[in-house]
Design a protein around this ligand. Structure first.
Ligand SMILES: *Cc1c(COP(=O)(O)O)cnc(C)c1O
Length: 224
């Protein structure tokens, strides 16, 4: 199937307030241009250097989302133009984003990455850690950051019940955080959940942003 028809098919299956992030990492700019021609405007990348190169040559009205693990020393490169940083999991990273956003005189939207999967990973905040961070209130002083919601990845398993349970846990925390810490902030509204293999489950559990890569662009080729 063509890139355009896959995008159309995915968009048709999404609820009204759920958006598609086309994950273009490792795929060439030509394929992004093809998706752009088909009307897609939000693209997700997970490597700073690759994003830099693509941002330079592709249309300037693309909304670039950074979806991978972001090192603090690289924030400065994407701060001038990035629309949303999905995987923020420490105050240290938030403070660096604040600093770089201030330099660019802009406000950068971020999502807090929750670790809800069974798998071991050093990335993401547990529900308890995220609660503690929000409770501390230190983030309120970061005037160039807007916390716009949460992001998570489910376990890479076949068990759809388990996947649904993990998304549900993240969504429940999202609602709790919204009510408890962001009641006066309508922009805390995003729940970034779901990839090629599990976005159909994620939309049932309240996802507002699905991050779909290989289903649109095919298998990634990892050169090294
Ligand atoms: C690569 C990636 C995706 C897309 O994965 P696919 O299985 O190709 O859809 C989504 N989210 C994150 C955080 C990723 O790194």
């Amino acid at each position: 199937m063509s890139i355009a028809s896959t995008i159309a098919e995915i968009k048709q299956s999404l609820p009204e307030n759920t958006k598609l992030v086309a994950v273009s990492k490792y795929h060439p700019a030509e394929m992004i241009a093809e998706a752009y021609e088909a009307g897609q405007r939000i693209f997700g990348e997970s490597h700073v250097q690759e994003l830099q190169q693509k941002h330079e040559i592709l249309p300037q009205d693309i909304e670039w989302h950074f979806i991978g693990h972001l090192q603090t020393n690289k924030v400065k490169y994407i701060a001038p133009y990035v629309s949303l940083i999905h995987a923020v999991d420490s105050m240290r990273l938030m403070e660096e984003i604040e600093k770089q956003a201030a330099k660019c005189e802009r406000t950068i939207k971020v999502l807090l990455q929750l670790h809800v999967a069974q798998e071991e990973t050093k990335y993401g905040l547990t529900i308890e850690e995220c609660e503690a961070m929000l409770k501390s209130g230190a983030w309120k002083a970061l005037n160039h950051i807007e916390i716009a919601g949460i992001m998570c990845m489910a376990s890479n398993v076949d068990d759809e019940v388990q996947i649904a349970r993990e998304f549900a846990t993240a969504h429940k925390f999202f609602l709790h955080a919204k009510e408890t810490y962001f009641a006066d902030q309508p922009n805390f509204c995003e729940c970034s959940m779901g990839m090629s293999d599990d976005y159909h489950i994620a939309i049932h559990e309240g996802s507002t942003l699905v991050r779909v890569g290989s289903k649109i662009f095919g298998q990634r080729v990892y050169a090294n």
